[in-house]
Design a binder for this molecule. Structure first.
Ligand SMILES: *Cc1c(COP(=O)(O)O)cnc(C)c1O
Length: 395
């Protein structure tokens, strides 16, 4: 039987043609297509400025550097509060900037940060909070924004997964905080690799533009136009640029975004309907009252009775050709962060061990979805009855 992957980007002739045009134009590094993509992107998410970068990870890193967050005076560490339950890059970006990530917990109901846990993690060394809109589900920005304001902290949004999601009827990216998107193929809109930092502060945007290009005093286009007599470098910058080939693909993808979002939400409803009919101990993806998710991933949370068998459930689904995977990692338990088993992040640990992601992608058919739901139903029913017969025989 054919295998159903966890995801698959929706790319076609239009993207191929756009890439071809960029290549044949002779300008393949950051250039006019990147500038166009930035403008269209800012418009789409309702931000004043957009700065394209090589990935979401480098975008997060760059935003921290541009905000002056890193090593404090006298080498004192500056702290940035991040969710442990996130792709590892969220925490890594803080380390790249020279600051220290401090892990906060998520809530029982959602994979997004708990405001109480963030409040408890604030110290005199805290400079910023990075909130992730996990799997595209919007986080409660007002509550976190209020907390950050009280403590004079910068709120940065990791919107790697959240293109097209909304919070209080505005797209993610349009709430005034530095907000960073990913265009990796695992997300909804892809340029192969790539990222975008959006913000409303012109000075901040200028600093991002300069820093991504070696902190060079002039842009490549000014240079090419012969308008740069002398180039200066006032600080140490980076090469975090996006190519014009990627931007050309991004422009086409942006045009398809609303169609992609519509299809995702339709697919999520189909899964919700099929899985709620199964009457099994699992939690469907939350749909918060304050916003709309884009269903970048479709994540289920297994009840404790099933969670112990999560990895076995994933293995059985994979053996049936269903590319299900476990959920997001608890970064604080990875060796890179010293396996801090002493840390008390109960909801993070719980989500990391009981979440299950099902395949979802634009070209996935209704028939494929029904097959995934049916296989999942079979596997879970067998797991539930296996667990209860074990407990009966041991009684
Ligand atoms: C994918 C992802 C990233 C990293 O994105 P890249 O573009 O691959 O660097 C960061 N944060 C979260 C929450 C992600 O899901």
């Amino acid at each position: 039987m054919s295998k159903i992957p966890i995801t698959r980007p929706w790319l076609g002739e239009q993207e191929a043609e756009a890439a071809r045009c960029a290549i044949l134009s002779g300008w393949v590094a950051q250039g006019p297509r990147v500038a166009d993509f930035e403008q269209l992107f800012a418009q789409r998410v309702g931000a004043k400025w957009a700065v394209a970068v090589s990935s979401c990870t480098t975008g997060l890193h760059l935003a921290l550097v541009a905000a002056g967050i890193g090593q404090g005076e006298g080498g004192r560490d500056q702290e940035v509060i991040v969710p442990s339950l996130s792709f590892i890059a969220t925490a890594n970006s803080v380390v790249h900037a020279g600051a220290t990530p401090v892990f906060a917990d998520v809530t029982e109901q959602s994979q997004n940060l708990s405001v109480d846990s963030v409040a408890a993690a604030i110290t005199s060394a805290t400079r910023a909070v990075i909130v992730a809109h996990q799997v595209g589900e919007p986080a409660d920005l007002d509550a976190l924004g209020e907390l950050c304001k009280q403590h004079g902290l910068l709120l940065i949004e990791d919107a790697a997964c959240a293109i097209g999601s909304t919070y209080r009827a505005r797209p993610i990216g349009g709430h005034g905080n530095p907000c960073i998107f990913s265009f990796h193929p695992r997300k909804i809109l892809t340029t192969g690799e790539g990222g975008m930092v959006v913000c409303d502060d012109e000075q901040f945007a200028c600093r991002l533009r300069r820093l991504r290009n070696h902190a060079m005093s002039v842009s490549a286009s000014e240079r090419a136009a012969g308008r740069a007599a002398r180039v200066t470098y006032d600080e140490v910058g980076f090469n975090f640029r996006m190519t014009d080939i990627q931007a050309a693909v991004g422009i086409v993808q942006l045009d398809k975004l609303d169609v992609m979002l519509g299809r995702r939400r339709e697919q999520a409803r189909r899964y919700n309907d099929a899985l709620s009919r199964l009457d099994l101990p699992l939690q469907l993806p939350p749909s918060p009252s304050f916003g709309e998710t884009n269903y970048q991933s479709y994540t289920l949370k297994l009840a404790p009775a099933l969670a112990a068998s999560r990895d076995a459930i994933v293995a059985q689904l994979q053996s049936k050709g269903v590319g299900a995977i476990g959920g997001i990692v608890a970064s604080h338990l990875e060796l890179a962060y010293g396996r801090r088993t002493h840390s008390s992040l109960p909801h993070t640990v719980n989500w990391a061990s009981s979440a299950l992601m099902l395949p979802i992608y634009h070209e996935m058919t209704d028939t494929q979805q029904d097959r995934v739901a049916a296989e999942l139903g079979d596997v879970l029913k067998r797991t539930v009855s296996g667990a209860s017969s074990r407990s009966t025989s041991s009684a």
